[in-house]
Write a protein that binds this ligand. Structure first.
Ligand code: AKG
Ligand code: FE2
Length: 322
């Protein structure tokens, strides 16, 4: 079984209806799909690969060698314990956002410039993808965007103190001498909105849980993997469920993965879209919401503690007593 691959250029033109329908199936049945011909040039993607790998080599690898997972694995191997490490991941990771621009890696030539250009392009793609979801869910165009921006449409000049958050997580999963003893990244669903992943085109490792089985997200050159997080599950009232995924530690290859997430503002209130839950039955309003209303920042506080646990209890826990 392979993750569906969608030609996103077909979203305009004669094949529009068919492409929209394919994406609807991906969102409802898979929670993960790959976009090709998404408008991000191969030339830019090649530059992103190059600066990310160079950055790992020069600015990250030396400290990974002294990191917690490496030390823990060494200890387990030294004591010949048959334990598996369950509280850390075999991953080197850092986050890029507009807010932490001054902390971005600065020693790798062209890293900052390239990643800024990439993030600008990817944010546009994220918004296009949410608009496709609006349409497929029968919501007004811009609905998700507006919800993520605390009820205001993104004006792109950062005047909105409730502006949606766009973050980029740059990860490497270095070769692991004992992959059966540690996870690359433990199984979880993503907390936020829409995730756009540029994964390694050679080293696999990412798997999703589909119908009770772990299946590989097959590397596909120049594709951007899209998945939906917990907030899209809530807004869609459970039609687009966030899907469990994990990364395996592997003995060979250094997996590069660049995951960007388009998330609500921490101040945004998230709830099932009214259009999807309120029905008039004999002049009475019937509300079939399956999720509560909460502030995304409160959800993130719960998620920080419970990322690797069952997702369902998180929604109710995020509801703050007022
Ligand atoms: O690195 C990957 O391939 C997936 C990363 C991921 O699932 C995450 O950062 O939430
Ligand atoms: Fe994830």
């Amino acid at each position: 079984m392979a993750i569906p691959v969608i030609d996103f250029s077909k979203i305009e033109g004669d094949d529009r209806a068919k492409t929209l329908a394919q994406i609807a199936v991906c969102c409802e049945e898979w929670g993960f799909f790959q976009l090709i011909n998404h408008g991000i040039s191969e030339e830019l993607l090649e530059r992103v690969k190059k600066v990310a790998s160079e950055c790992y080599k020069h600015e990250r690898e030396p400290s990974f060698k002294n990191s917690k997972p490496v030390k823990m694995l060494d200890e387990i191997l030294a004591t010949k314990s048959d334990e598996k490490i369950e509280n850390v991941d075999w991953e080197d990771v850092f986050l890029l956002s507009d807010e932490n621009h001054d902390e971005w890696p600065s020693k790798t030539p062209l890293f900052k410039e390239t990643m800024k250009e990439y993030r600008d392009e990817l944010k546009k793609l994220a918004i296009k993808v949410t608009e496709v979801m609006d349409l497929n869910l029968g919501l007004p165009k811009g609905y998700i965007n507006k919800a993520f921006n605390g009820g205001e449409l993104d004006d792109d000049n950062n005047n909105n103190k409730n502006a949606a958050f766009f973050g980029t997580k740059v990860s490497h999963y270095p070769p692991c001498p004992s992959p059966e003893k540690v996870n690359g990244l433990r199984a979880h669903t993503d907390a936020g909105g829409v995730i756009l992943l540029y994964q390694d085109d050679e080293v696999n490792g990412l798997q999703i849980l589909k119908d009770g089985e772990w299946i590989d997200v097959q590397p596909h050159k120049n594709a951007i993997v899209i998945n939906t997080g917990d907030q899209i599950e809530v807004l869609s009232n459970g039609r687009y469920k966030s899907v469990w995924h994990r990364v395996l530690a592997l003995p060979g290859g250094n997996r590069r993965s660049i995951a960007s997430f388009y998330n609500p503002s921490l101040n945004a209130t998230i709830e099932p879209a009214r259009e999807l839950v309120v029905e008039k039955v004999e002049k009475e309003e019937v509300n079939s919401a399956k999720y509560p209303k909460f502030v995304f920042g409160d959800y993130m506080s719960v998620y920080a503690e419970q990322k690797f646990l069952a997702k369902e209890p998180r929604f109710q826990k995020a509801v703050k007593a007022v």
